[in-house]
Design a protein around this ligand. Sequence first.
Ligand code: FES
Length: 96
Amino acid sequence: MPRLVFERTGFAVDYPDGVSVAEACDRDIRAGVPFSCRHANCGICRLEVTEGMDLCEPRTEWEDELLTYLKERPSVRLGCQLRIAAGGGVVRLRVI
Ligand code: FES
């Protein structure tokens, strides 16, 4: 089970299998990630993956379309779309 670390708040949690990062954030406000549309439209949930990108599932089509439009770096993901692969390791996320 990967461990998620949210750099802004210092909150860390073991990422439950089968849920999205958004769902994991909803379970504890200490994650500190803002959400709005939850459909890859607004970009408010942008996160920089500072460690563990290899544990992140690839961008969805909609996520890639918005992040490309916003000219974001490959290390940036949408919290509402991001899913983490099963397994061990640490994923560090920074709200941008
Ligand atoms: S909440 Fe709008 S893009 Fe993620």
